[in-house]
Design a protein around this ligand. Structure first.
Ligand SMILES: NC(=O)C1=CN([C@@H]2O[C@H](COP(=O)(O)OP(=O)(O)OC[C@H]3O[C@@H](n4cnc5c(N)ncnc54)[C@H](O)[C@@H]3O)[C@@H](O)[C@H]2O)[C@@H](O)CC1
Ligand SMILES: Nc1ncnc2c1ncn2[C@@H]1O[C@H](COP(=O)(O)OP(=O)(O)O)[C@@H](O)[C@H]1O
Ligand SMILES: [K+]
Length: 512
């Protein structure tokens, strides 16, 4: 499946460019779309007693009317229901004229669990919350127990953000056209789409270049070429040296999880930078990971130079407050002066609650060009603390919130969750769906921090390192499934890396 994602506006442009370039006009595209929907209904619900096609006033409804005609021709019992007054002379009116039966008002809809419902009320043109008869139809469809096949998007789901406007259909399958939309990947929309199929309706791939696609699903295609591979003549320090800051004696586990993940990602050496008070507890639990006392920022800076540290992570289990801010400032200095990569997570983000500008100022490059990459890895709670005004309830899509945060911080932002978004300061963004809900377990985020740090240490750029780490972390979660605890994740990384070649294959481009 292709990994480009188009907003509804970009999709409208794709339609326009395709129609301009031919061979299909608008009605030709609608015929192809409706035929694709009918084919999905026939393939997956051939036993349905009756097909009920709910058609809205726009082109989504037109697709529904075309599907109704093809289903009828294939021998299915069909009822089509239409919102009042499609535009005269338009494509929907033409689809209506070509439908040989009387269509009924939407209010007449009534189905049973043995039937199938085609939801063609609204797609890309959803402009306001569903209410009145449309909201009633959502309830009626749910109560009927009939499976729903959504045309383009479940009606009520925003293609742009995945948000539910008012109410939304819950589909078992969704047939979309040309390319998926962000709303198919972002929750809650993703949870309402069921299985998403992308139909080829004759829009040529070349229109993508003109649209300037800037959002993708997070697949290996986006970062595979930048993934580090060992040099046959390399030695451990040429494979990167990652430093992970540990918290105090009662909070050391998070940093050790991150350190092991950094090592598994391929970094040649990993050192845990521990306060003196936690050296013994850390020493008791480390083998391949090295240990260094780190109570004084100046000593750490000297150590980083002597031992050629190439990336640092601070935050997991570290503790919130002045000490954390001081070490972040020191790490930001090393990044500016020596090009170290830097990952800030958890307590390193929360420590700047109320004064995020202080963090962004110390991350500011100040004209130094070869400075290393910075990646911030907040979950929604940390994100809201660091980026007030961009929290989950501001009415922007998760992609837009992550993009604005990345631009504000001048750093790559991983906005974590069930639909993690990775955004770069230059506007590049990907949405990750390659993950498992079993990853919602304590310490899982610490492993992600370690994976990113390990990849940065090996010289991978920030955006690619973050996207790759999120995918690898998700793949480990999918492989382990039920029963996984955070300790299992680093150990699963060798199998994840070995499986990457197979994953590459499945994301190869189709013919168009
Ligand atoms: N040539 C094209 O542009 C193609 C478009 N296609 C289909 O066209 C759809 C987009 O068509 P449209 O742009 O006409 O948009 P829609 O059909 O999604 O809906 C737009 C219409 O619904 C009304 N509307 C929006 N939200 C409403 C609400 N909450 N309550 C009541 N009325 C509401 C609008 O005023 C407008 O009349 C796609 O989703 C896809 O299914 C396909 O036919 C392929 C080709
Ligand atoms: N429902 C989910 N589906 C997929 N991944 C999830 C889900 N919930 C959480 N995750 C992932 O698990 C990790 C949890 O990180 P975080 O919230 O920082 O936890 P912790 O601090 O305990 O390590 C993140 O990478 C997040 O994207
Ligand atoms: K729909």
């Amino acid at each position: 499946m292709s990994d480009e994602l188009l907003t509804p506006d970009q999709m409208a442009k794709a339609d326009r460019l395709a129609i301009e370039g031919g061979p299909f006009d608008g009605y030709g595209l609608m015929l192809n779309a409706g035929r694709a929907v009918a084919a999905v209904v026939l393939a997956h619900f051939p036993q349905a007693r009756h097909a009920h096609i709910l058609c809205g006033p726009g082109n989504n409804g037109g697709d529904g009317l075309v599907a109704a005609r093809f289903l009828r021709e294939a021998g299915m019992a069909v009822s089509a229901y239409l919102a009042p007054a499609p535009r005269e002379g338009g494509e929907v009116a033409r689809a209506l004229a070509d439908f040989p039966e009387t269509v009924r008002p939407l209010e007449a809809f009534c189905a049973t669990a043995e039937d199938v419902v085609v939801d063609a009320l609204f797609g890309a043109g959803l402009a306001r919350p569903l209410d009145g008869v449309f909201a009633t139809l959502v309830d009626k469809a749910r109560l009927s127990g009939a499976p729903v096949v959504a045309v383009d998007l479940p009606s009520g789901v925003s293609g742009q953000s995945g948000a539910v406007l008012g109410a939304a259909m819950a589909a078992l399958r969704t047939v979309t056209f040309f390319r998926r939309k962000p709303g198919h990947l972002l929750f809650p929309g993703r949870g309402l789409c069921g299985t998403v199929e992308v139909a080829d309706i004759g829009i040529p791939r070349r229109v993508l270049a003109e649209i300037g696609v800037d959002l993708f699903e997070n697949t290996p295609r986006r970062w595979r070429a930048a993934l580090p591979a060992p040099d046959p003549l390399g030695h451990k320090y040429s494979r990167g040296h990652a430093g992970i800051f540990s918290g105090g004696p009662s909070a050391t586990g998070a940093a050790r999880l991150a350190a092991m993940a950094a090592a598994r990602s391929g970094a040649g050496a990993v050192t845990l930078l521990s306060p003196a008070s936690a050296l013994l507890v850390n020493a008791a639990h480390l083998t391949a990971i090295m240990l260094q006392r780190a109570d004084d920022p100046d000593h750490v800076a000297a150590f980083a130079g002597e031992r050629k540290l190439s990336a640092l992570a601070i935050g997991p289990g570290y503790g919130v407050g002045e000490k954390c801010r001081a070490f972040v400032a020191m790490a930001a200095g090393l990044r500016r002066e020596r090009g170290l990569g830097l990952v800030l997570d958890a307590d390193a983000l929360t420590s700047f609650e109320g004064e995020p500008e202080a963090l962004f100022a110390c991350l500011n490059l100040g004209g130094v060009e070869e400075a290393g990459s910075v990646v911030l890895t907040p979950h929604e709670g940390e994100f809201a603390r660091l980026f007030p005004g961009l929290g989950a309830h501001v009415g922007l899509s998760k992609v837009e919130r992550a993009r604005r945060a990345a631009a504000r911080a001048g750093a790559t932002v991983v906005l974590k969750g069930s639909d993690s978004v990775i955004a770069a300061p230059d506007g590049r963004a990907v949405i990750n769906i390659h993950a498992s809900p079993y990853l919602a377990t304590a310490g899982s985020g610490d492993v992600l921090t370690g994976l990113i740090t390990g990849l940065l240490a090996q010289g991978m750029p920030g955006f690619e390192a973050a996207a790759a780490a999120v995918w690898l972390h998700g793949d480990a979660g999918l492989r382990l499934g039920a029963g996984l605890v955070a300790e299992d994740l680093p150990a699963a990384i060798p199998a994840v890396l070995a499986g990457l070649s197979a994953a590459d294959e499945s994301f190869r481009e189709g013919p168009r």
